[in-house]
Ligand binder design. Sequence first.
Ligand code: G6P
Length: 483
Amino acid sequence: MALSATDLTAGLVVVANRLPVDRVVHHDGSVSWQRSPGGLVTALEPVMRGNDGAWVGWHGGVGETVEPFVDEGLTLVPVPLSTEDVEGYYEGFSNATLWPLYHDVVAPPQFHREWWNSYVRVNQRFANRTAEVAEQDGVVWVQDYQLQLVPAMLRLHRPDLRIGFFLHIPFPPTELFQQLPWRRQILEGLLGADLVGFQLPGGAANFVRLVRARVGHKTHRDTVFLPGGRVVTVAPYPISIDSQGFEQLARRPEAEQRAQEIRADLGNPRTVLLGIDRLDYTKGMPQRLRAFGELISDGKIDVNEAAFVQVATPSRERVGQYQVLRDDIERLVGRLNGSLGRIGRPPITYLHSSYPREEMAALYRAADVMVVTPLRDGMNLVAKEYVACRFTEDGALVLSEFAGAADELRQAYQVNPYDINGLKAALLEAMNASPRELGRRMRAMRRQVADNDIGRWASTFLAELRRVRPPHGKPTRPSSVAS
Ligand code: G6P
């Protein structure tokens, strides 16, 4: 349904690089909408659909202007990106500068001034569109690394708004952040918000330290004091999933049936191991596949008894580092299957594809060991989804210490993904654990994921935003700061 300008305004507006749906133009010219990839959409979509809000974001097409429309109770406001915007702002500055820089420089970040200029231009476009959509005194919640300048740009035009910002990816240690030629502008952009949220306390602390050192504002614990009396609160809000929704999907008889089919198609091995990731160099796929391969060649795992399914969701396919990674992974899988497999028994089933939630839930049901071993990850929602789907209180989660989720999922088999021997030991331990041990670990993790779901995450953040900046009021200091 198309909308007039007045229909558009909303009291709660989410601003994210992507809309929750992507516009896909088929060969015959027909158009359809598909769910967007990634953790951000997975996390926020259920919250927004329950809130009658508006969502400002890119529709995934290049050079097309799409009118705002309503989709299942949510107003979607598309922001257009031209070919140059996609190259400079999205593929360039967001995904070849900020993404590697914020993930521990696991790939070298590239710094280009034209990309930065494009990032500024597109952030301004998002801010302008949001200023048109947000109601007087409304709440605007800006998401993620692609839009770090939006809070300050928006505040300039709309000081009435309550502005929150949440970073879904890690915020890097100060030593790495300082490499960025535009470090001060990014910090000042974020300080346009009333509340700046990070996944972990470490990220929040890094940000406060940088603001003190680089911008020179006074800070006290989680508060930044700006000249003129405004305060900005900085805090961790570990994101989560729709735990109940996932569990319900997993409990359907169709999911159980599909899980059995998957196991049967794999030859009913004793152990099914599973990895599900966007095809991204931060996810540590080569390390985990190499560890699994070595266990077979060491004779520790029998190829007839264990099968590894690796789902690699296509992602950012025009960015050079992602193309190199895809080639590397596909060569590695081919080599391992070629040297270790038997007829009808490739040790690794590699799927370069994305699947609907129903199929994901069936895969989680089919997997005895879930292998989540990123080199660095803001949170990792796949780990939480697996836990939510294991209502039978079995299954093992092997989890990287460097995923944000490791802070909460303490009973996982935690590993350093750079330590291949440690990874091998953890995989074996997880594969051979007793049902009693698995039950003990899974019960504790399930409590965590059930109690701290996405609804709680969003309501905690929004309540804090309303508290630190009451409507028509002056910003208040957070309760932890003595006045
Ligand atoms: C991560 C980021 C999101 C992003 C998603 C998918 O989860 O935190 O902001 O949307 O990856 O990446 P893409 O580049 O396809 O939007």
